[in-house]
Every structure is written in C-alpha cells, then in structure tokens.
Design a protein around this ligand. Structure first.
Ligand code: KIV
Length: 282
C-alpha cells in the first residue's frame, strides 16, 4: 500500500514563505461541498466562526461553540485536498488562559486534522500565541476589527482612522508576529495602516476590508457568491448571485409541482417489460 498522497497539502510554512510573493488567495469554507469547489482556486481555506451568522442565523459570532467548529472543520477537511485548512477558535475557548487555549486548540487539531487554528487579538493574546506555537500548534493571528469583541469595540466599523488607534493596531500586529503566528488576518482597517503593518511584520498579512496593501486577501465565500445578502459590506465584491438563482429555481419548481408539470414521464421509474420479469415463463 502506498503511503503517498496524490496531491500535496499546502502547509503553514508554505503560506509563511509567500510573504511579499504572489498574493495569497484565501476564502472561508464551512462544508465539504464548498471546500471541494474552492480547493483548486485557494491557498488557504478558513473554517471561520462567521458560520454562526452565515449558516446558523446568529446576530454575531459569540454564540458559536467549539463543537460547531469541530464538526464543520471535519467536513471541510473531507472536501479539501490541497488548500491549507485553518479552523477559527470560537469566543470563550481561548481568552481565559494559555492553558485553556491549548486544551481547546489541541482538541481541534486532533479531531479535525487541520493545519492550524486562528484566534483574534493583539498584545493581550501574545502570551497565548507563544504558548500554543511553542507547543506545536500553528496560529493564524487576527488584528484590526475583531468580530468577537464587537460589543466592546462599539459595533462593526473600520479601524485605524485616528493615529492613536492605528498605533495600537500596529503594536498588536507586531506582538502577534513576535509571538510566533505564521500569518495574520488584518480586518477592517484603513489602507495606510494595512500597508504599514504589511511592511513591518515579517509574516504574511491577509486582508479583509483592508485594501490591496496586504500579502493576500480573504472573503466570506457566501458574500462573494451572493448567498448571504442580509448585509453586504463595502469591501465585498460579488462574483455571482447564487441566492437569487436558488430563489428563482425554488419558484420554478413550486410552479411545476402545483401545475403537475413536475415530475414528467422522464423522471418516473418504469416497470420492466413482462418478458424480463422473474415470474415470466422462460
Ligand atoms: O470568521 C471568519 O470568517 C473570519 C474571516 C472573515 C477572516 O474571521
């Protein structure tokens, strides 16, 4: 039995080495089917806790649990063969202490088999990131707009417009990189700050609403394909209108069922001709 895989998985080291090179292409994935569809086009698939809002209809990401992330992480791993799969740590699973973070992150790594985890936060999370990376858990950092801190940050808004806030976020990015993160998401920041962070830290920056000045880009897939339309942030470019197509398909199906046009004869199973049946004489 060969132990070689057909295709090679992208590792966190491959991602880290892409600093300053070809832009990193990253998307979120929550299911096996989506992972299969995105795998060829992406360097990294993030099982983001945005799934709480996009799949489960929650108002923010705070209600997402570790079990939800593990179940969706496993599904994405089944659908992905080459992309580097990273799983978000949900709110409450890592903030308490480095030890709690390690216990929960180790569970994710063991049960999902992903390449690493992502957690939100800057200087305040540096000791946790160091604790995890020194114990074999690759960490993708996340600075700027932190959706899990939306209640203390005063809602979803762009960050770094005033120089005090920009200085703090730059210090966050430096602390996250020095603590050993292999890359970091920079979310919702003004372009000059994203550029400054990207020029300063030695690891790739992956922007979402943070301008082209980053080393790569990430979007929530359902935003990109027009499936999640509750709210479309300014930084999202729609590449398809799947939500409208699904609604149109459901309308057409409903009309066909009600009028009797579906199912047609071509969708029905036929009896075998009498000669082929078991009880026909030989
Ligand atoms: O949860 C998520 O999908 C994320 C991305 C938006 C970066 O954190």
């Amino acid at each position: 039995m060969s132990t070689h895989r057909e295709s090679k998985k992208t590792t966190v080291i491959d991602i880290q080495r892409q600093k300053g090179g070809a832009p990193l292409v990253c998307l979120t994935a929550y299911t096996s089917l989506t992972a299969q569809l995105l795998d060829d086009s992406t360097d990294l698939l993030l099982v983001g806790d945005s799934l709480g809002m996009v799949l489960y209809g929650l108002g923010d990401t705070l209600g997402v649990t570790l079990d939800m992330m593990i179940a969706h992480g496993k599904a994405v791993m089944r659908g992905s063969s080459t992309a580097c799969v990273i799983v978000d740590m949900p709110f409450g699973s890592y903030q308490e202490s480095p030890e709690v973070a390690f216990r929960n992150a180790a569970r994710v790594m063991k049960e999902v088999g992903c390449a690493g985890i992502k957690l939100e936060g800057g200087t305040e999370m540096a000791s946790t990131i160091e604790f995890l990376t020194h114990r074999g858990i690759p960490v993708l950092g996340h600075v700027g707009l932190l959706p899990q801190s939306v209640h203390t940050a005063g809602g979803f808004r762009s960050h770094g417009k005033d120089s005090g806030e920009a200085t703090r976020i730059l210090a966050d990015a430096v602390a996250v990189a020095e603590a050993g993160a292999f890359a970091m998401v920079v979310e919702g920041t003004v372009e000059p700050l994203a550029r400054r962070i990207t020029e300063t830290v030695p690891v790739p920056t992956i922007g979402i609403g943070a301008s082209p000045a980053c080393d790569g880009q990430i979007l929530v897939t359902e935003d990109l394909v027009g499936l999640f339309t509750d709210f479309t942030p300014k930084f999202v470019k729609r590449y398809a209108e799947l939500g409208q197509q699904i609604a149109d398909a459901a309308k057409a199906y409903s009309a066909d069922v009600r009028s009797g046009a579906f199912p047609g004869p071509e969708h029905c199973f036929a009896m075998r001709p009498a000669a082929d049946t078991d009880d026909a004489p030989d």
